[in-house]
Design a protein around this ligand. Structure first.
Ligand SMILES: *Cc1c(COP(=O)(O)O)cnc(C)c1O
Length: 421
């Protein structure tokens, strides 16, 4: 029987029947046949500590004793209050307000609306948003507008708004990025720079130096342009620090976080902003209200999972686990750094990536799905972005599990070279 389910980023005409996952455990998914599949991409980058971390599971169970969804206007609740206090404490200093939503895309939409609202309410509206080439910020119309254009959004092009795009700071071309930003800012029309810090995820795990981010912040400040940092993927330790922008010594005006906010257990997102942005919306004039909400804003159970995530960060040696994983990743990647079958082996924190050298690269090249199938047969969840193979495992992954992933990457390259993939 065919299923009525329409899966995301899935070409059903090409995809084999899907196995059901019946259980999750640590760094693994267990399927209906009892096979343990190593979740080497943290279930699309959300799972940080590991699946079903006991502290987070208990917090969810306990929250269900008291709450389900509660309207988040007129009333508040302790899980949202406690999480907001914790977020303000753990985020870079100066981000004093927390606006909740429920996905990475929506927290970026909220950020864009905050930035435009800030200038609108200040009586000097600005109409442009600046972004970086190869960026990804989500799949809603607004976030697609800000993201890289291509096959993913070609059909929706008529609805997408124009943005100013900075060239990616490839090694040796960092100054071009900064100069382009300076030129855009000089128009006086750029409300905000929206950017992924240190690594562009869906755009191919492209890394750039922290110094570029700090220089961009300096330019933004000089022109009164706000900086929105999209930490949806990078947040919660992925790049080695809690938030990646810390490594650049940058406090953005607006910070977006989602994926790892609940340890990856439940959907929740938060947009943090400065008092300046909050205050621009503070008025006895109702027209200055921040007009945004989704039905499930600040779901108490999700917020309780977020509080539990903060507890794990506070009470468990998460930093040590991340450093250990960084070491394991470095060791695993090292055998490929001068391997001619691969290019650009790179690492930032707990994330590694390398490009399989292929005649035709790009997301739609056949090699992506073929690699995916190859890994699936070996009980590894690894989803290359075209020819870019990356590993972003949960922090509880063991050396043996990770070793299996690197062995499979090696084997996949051998199969590819032999024309057997
Ligand atoms: C995943 C991601 C998003 C979108 O998050 P969703 O929860 O899938 O909407 C936004 N920005 C970045 C950097 C991401 O990696």
């Amino acid at each position: 029987m065919t299923s009525p389910v329409w899966h995301p980023f899935t070409q059903h005409a090409l995809e084999p029947a899907m196995k059901r996952i019946v259980h999750t455990d640590g760094a693994c998914l267990v399927d209906e046949d009892g096979a343990r599949i190593l979740d080497a991409i943290s279930s699309w980058w959300v799972t940080t500590h590991g699946h079903r971390h006991p502290v987070i599971v208990s917090a969810i169970q306990a929250a269900c004793e008291n709450y389900d969804q509660i309207i988040f206007a007129e009333y508040t609740h302790e899980p949202a209050e406690e999480l907001a206090r914790g977020l303000v404490k753990i985020a870079p200093a100066g981000l004093d307000h927390v606006f909740y939503s429920d996905s990475g895309s929506t927290c970026v939409e909220v950020a864009l609306k905050m930035a435009l609202g800030f200038f609108h309410n200040s009586g000097a509206p600005r109409r442009r948003v600046c972004v970086m080439e190869h960026g990804y910020h989500g799949d809603t119309i607004g976030t697609m507008s800000a993201g890289e254009r291509g096959v993913f959004n070609a059909a929706y092009e008529p609805l997408l708004f124009g943005v100013d795009r900075l060239p990616f700071p490839d090694p040796g071309h960092e100054q071009d990025t900064l100069d382009a930003f300076e030129r855009f800012c000089a128009t006086g029309q750029v409300a905000a720079l929206l950017i992924e810090p240190l690594i562009l995820g869906a755009g191919g795990m492209r890394t750039y130096p922290a110094s570029v981010l700090s220089e961009l912040k300096r330019i933004a400040e000089r022109h009164g342009t706000l900086m929105i940092i999209d930490e949806v993927m990078t947040g919660w330790g992925r790049t080695g620090s809690v938030f990646a922008c810390e490594q650049a010594g940058v406090t953005p005006d607006i910070l977006c976080t989602s994926k790892g906010l609940t340890g990856g257990a439940l959907p929740l997102a938060a947009t943090l902003c400065t008092a300046e942005i909050f205050d621009a919306h503070l008025s006895t004039d109702r027209r200055r209200t921040f007009f945004h909400s989704s039905s499930y804003t600040a779901n108490p159970i999700a917020c309780a999972a977020g509080v539990a995530n903060l507890t794990v960060w506070e009470n468990e040696p998460v930093g040590e686990r991340i450093r250990a994983l960084q070491g394991l990743q470095q060791e695993g990647l090292s055998r490929f750094t001068s391997d001619p079958r691969f290019g650009n082996a790179r690492q930032i924190g707990t994330i590694t990536a390398l490009d399989l050298i292929v005649p035709a690269s790009g997301y739609l090249s056949d090699v992506g799905p073929k690699l995916r199938a190859f890994f699936r047969e070996r009980k590894l969840l690894i989803r290359p972005l075209g020819n870019v193979i990356y590993l972003m495992p949960p922090y509880c992954v063991t050396a043996a599990e990770l070793g299996r992933a690197y062995d499979a990457i090696d084997e996949a390259a051998a199969y590819f070279a032999a024309g057997r993939l």
